[in-house]
Design a binder for this molecule. Structure first.
Ligand code: GAP
Length: 450
């Protein structure tokens, strides 16, 4: 049973150290959040799981980690300078600003007035200055999507890896958008992370590959604890498609505030590689691209079976890390009635749990017990499964509740018997069942479990 409302998740995130308001001690900064000790682990685990499925489990995808600051040329030829806008309206009465396409009945959501300005395009890209001279000529954009840096590195990757199509380039990294209206905690923010794959295919193979990637992505979400029956596919209508897209299907999830986009899977055609290419007239580019006089690279391929240079088509699954955190936490959240109390449990898939196990000595001041617990903690940490902690609070019940709430799948308790018999108790988060295991068998138990 997911959370009843977003407040339950916000409260858990703050209380246990997953997510904090950014710049909080100075009054906060809207649309920005900081990931705390547990949030950073969860986020890293989600990213690792995506990277593993995209890069390590396959041989046709390479990774990239490119710069966030982008030259104006990149975002001019990509079409973002011209089209990456939202319609902005001002309320003449209370002076607030809104996205025109998010208004209900054309009324100001703050004061209810219908005295609004005509919508005007507002570009969402952040600008900054590069170097010591701020004369307006040396500005750079903070990238609004990670994708463009993948396109402009296409030739570098091809030349250094000898890849042939179909093949992909994967990247995880920050993106920035000066959103007019923010939404629902970390759902729509101004600084966020994306996990993007640009998969390059031969023209004509694009529609089949689009279907293939949609299926792959649904399978991946299911393996992260967001089952397919909680996801819906939304065929983006032609008139709402981004300037580069031939077809986009959004993977929608029922967030606590409603059904919204979790990931987009787009067919970007040959638009981006074609746009960033030199000698465009030698290439058979099917998209309408701006004349490029600045690029020094031909972003096309010619393989032995090809008569001419070909600009590959691109299939792009693009998922937001922050939205993934929200959806995965929401699916894992449940409140359970016990005989005489209740508990909150975060039933995260073990590979995503911020803490894999807590080792708890029954008595906080018993040196022998604490020493043994420390030894077991190090032994389990060495397995490389993720973070294992020593929880020396002396209050076993409270420790179990805390670890249920933050999604720790296993708790290992060291007690008096452990000192005599070299065994410990392992408690399972979901079933609350406890079993006695010999310390010598613990590594094998953990390796099997994870
Ligand atoms: N490269 C394609 C692209 O950027 P998009 O649909 O604008 O497409 C892809 O973004 C994903 O990035 C979205 O599905 C969402 O998960 C995430 N995303 C976009 N804008 C966001 C925002 N303001 N805050 C949080 N996540 C965002």
């Amino acid at each position: 049973m997911p959370a009843k409302n977003i407040e339950e998740l916000v409260s858990l995130c703050k209380r246990r150290g997953f997510i904090f308001q950014s710049n909080e001690i100075y009054g906060g900064l809207q649309g920005l959040y900081d990931y705390g000790p547990l949030g950073v682990e969860l986020k890293n685990n989600i990213k690792s799981s995506w990277w593993k499925s995209m890069v390590y489990d396959r041989d046709d995808i390479e990774g990239l980690d490119a710069s966030i600051l982008s030259k104006q040329d990149v975002l001019r030829y990509s079409g973002h300078e011209e089209t990456f806008t939202d319609p902005l309206v001002d309320c003449k009465k209370c002076k607030s600003r809104w996205r025109a396409d998010h208004l209900e009945q054309d009324k100001c959501p703050k004061c209810g007035s219908d005295d609004l300005t005509e919508p005007r395009p507002f570009n969402l890209m952040f600008k900054t200055n590069i170097g010591p001279i701020d004369d307006g000529s040396s500005f750079a954009y903070l990238r609004p999507e990670t994708a463009q840096q993948i396109f402009i590195n296409f030739k570098n990757v091809i030349d250094s890896t000898s890849k042939s199509i179909p093949f992909g380039i994967a990247q995880i990294g920050k993106a920035f958008r000066n959103e007019i209206t923010l939404k629902s905690f970390i759902f729509r923010v101004r600084e966020f992370e994306q996990m993007e794959l640009e998969y390059f295919v031969e023209p004509g193979q694009d529609e089949k590959q689009h279907e293939y990637w949609l299926k792959q992505r649904l399978d991946w979400w299911e393996a992260q604890g967001v089952p397919k029956d909680k996801l819906e596919l939304y065929e983006v209508p032609k008139k709402e498609l981004s300037h580069y897209s031939k077809r986009t299907v959004d993977i929608m999830y029922n967030f606590p505030h409603g059904l919204e986009e979790l990931e987009g899977v787009a067919n970007r055609t040959d638009f981006d590689l074609g746009s960033h290419s030199k000698n465009q007239n030698e290439l058979n580019i099917s998209s309408k691209v701006r004349d490029n006089k600045d690029s020094n690279s031909k972003l096309a391929i010619k393989e032995p079976h090809m008569d001419n240079w070909v600009v590959p088509f691109v299939i792009e699954p693009s998922a937001g890390v922050d939205r993934a955190v929200l959806a995965i936490m929401n699916e894992a959240y449940r409140e359970e009635k016990l005989e005489d109390s209740s508990r909150i449990v975060l039933s995260l898939r073990p590979h995503l749990s911020p803490i894999k196990a807590a080792v708890i000595p029954l008595k906080k001041n018993n040196d022998e017990m604490v020493e043994l617990a420390k030894k077991i903690k190090s032994q389990l940490q060495e397995l490389g499964l993720g973070r294992v902690i020593l929880e020396n609070t002396g209050n076993i019940g409270k420790s179990y509740r805390r670890h249920d709430e933050i999604g720790t799948p296993l708790c290992v308790t060291v007690d008096f018997e452990s000192l005599e018999n070299s065994d410990i108790t392992v408690r399972d988060r979901d079933t609350m069942k406890q079993e006695r295991i010999e310390i010598k068998d613990l590594n094998a138990y953990f390796l099997k479990y994870f």
